[in-house]
Design a protein around this ligand. Structure first.
Ligand code: SAM
Ligand code: SF4
Ligand code: SF4
Length: 337
């Protein structure tokens, strides 16, 4: 029998789960894993600390019983986790589950077919600029744009399209290329989504001046490629959607900073070592690995998850402007966005 679906203290149901399958990444995007912090001496989680595929499968089954219908595999860079298609195959069978992956695209051409064959539904690829020099600087490992575009093509060819393409916008770094990105993906069938650069974690040293508000992003694209708004498709949709007036498809803007959407936030996040976070800006999570590894039964773990969710009051982005929160916060690369 399916368990009753819990709501949190603000009436938000548990619908989405982001699984970070590794804390490692082959990029050093300065807004996420700046090299000064994530350098050669940074210690990543040892393998034994990371949840196994069997543990992940068990947890996803319990989250599914509690109402989760969307699971997104993320990281770090999820395709660095060995045999990821095997995990996809282990999760894909759950009824009505929308299974997606967010990746930097570097290893996508190699794995797209296996991921699709294993039952992956959708892919989001992060790509911040089409200007090769800017992109190489933004990933800080000198990785070329062309290979990410190859990954997008391979994913589409494997049937994983339409692909969502995420571009984090940082003033003075890649904001000159907004229209180029939009023109490139207009009419491609893929959906570009601009993401406001967020003050997530503490290592990126975010400053308000770095932000290009969504309203300005839309104004700048609309001036060259006329847009009109579209209604959200479902509750909890984070992107504000726009379509090209000439029928060239749509573009999204994720305004987490300038127009927060905590009221509809139905997402839980699981770190690679099995901590449950109920907000991107939380300082700490709840350990699910210890009960998993010490023989707790399904009911006990389900009760723990339910208790965490029903106590949830998070709405960091709405409070940000009131400067009521500060101090230590989990890093994006640890819980995957
Ligand atoms: N490595 C994969 C990737 O880059 O797609 C998955 C993990 S990454 C943490 C997930 C998403 O978070 C990416 O689209 C990335 O651009 C976004 N992101 C990371 N740091 C961010 C920040 N400070 N503000 C907004 N988005 C951020
Ligand atoms: Fe890696 Fe993704 Fe973070 Fe860039 S945004 S450093 S690709 S985890
Ligand atoms: Fe959800 Fe926290 Fe982001 Fe608000 S700030 S939308 S509660 S993750």
């Amino acid at each position: 029998m399916p368990a009753a679906v819990p709501s949190d203290r603000l009436g938000r149901p548990l619908r989405d789960l982001r699984l970070s399958v590794t804390d490692r990444c082959n990029f050093r995007c300065p807004y996420c894993m700046p090299r000064e912090v994530f350098g050669p001496h940074h210690s990543f989680l040892p393998r034994a600390e990371i949840l196994t595929f069997e543990e992940l499968q068990r947890l996803v089954r319990l989250f599914h019983r509690l109402g989760v219908r969307k699971v997104r595999l993320t990281g770090g860079e999820p395709l660095l986790r060995q045999d990821l298609p095997e995990l996809v195959g282990m999760l894909a069978g759950l009824a009505g589950l929308d299974l997606a992956l967010t990746t930097n695209g570097t290893l996508l051409a190699r794995h797209a077919e296996a991921l699709a064959a294993a039952g992956l539904g959708r892919v989001t690829v992060s790509l911040d600029s089409l200007d090769d020099e800017v992109f190489r600087r933004m990933n800080d490992v000198d990785f070329p744009v062309a290979r990410v575009l190859d990954g997008i093509d391979a994913a589409a060819a494997a049937g994983l399209g339409p692909i969502k393409v995420n571009a984090v916008v940082r003033r003075g770094l890649n904001d000159r290329g907004l229209v180029d990105l939009a023109s490139h993906f207009k009419g491609s069938g893929h959906v570009l989504r601009f993401i406001e650069y967020m003050d997530v974690g503490t290592s990126n040293r975010w400053r308000p001046d770095d932000l290009v508000p969504g309203e300005e992003i839309v104004r700048r694209v609309d001036a060259e490629l006329p847009l009109e708004p579209i209604e959200p498709a479902y509750r909890g949709e984070v992107a504000r959607r726009w379509r090209y007036r000439d029928g060239g498809g749509e573009v999204g803007v994720i305004t987490s900073v300038s127009q927060p959407f905590c009221g509809d936030c139905t997402r839980a996040r699981l770190s690679a070592k099995g901590e449950l976070y109920t907000c991107l800006f939380a300082a700490a999570g709840t350990d699910l690995r210890a009960p998993l590894r010490s023989g707790a039964d399904d009911t006990e773990i389900e009760t723990l998850i339910r208790d965490v969710w029903t106590r949830r009051t998070d709405r960091y982005s709405e409070l940000r402007s009131e400067e009521s929160v500060g101090g230590k916060r989990v890093e994006m690369s640890y819980i995957g966005g």
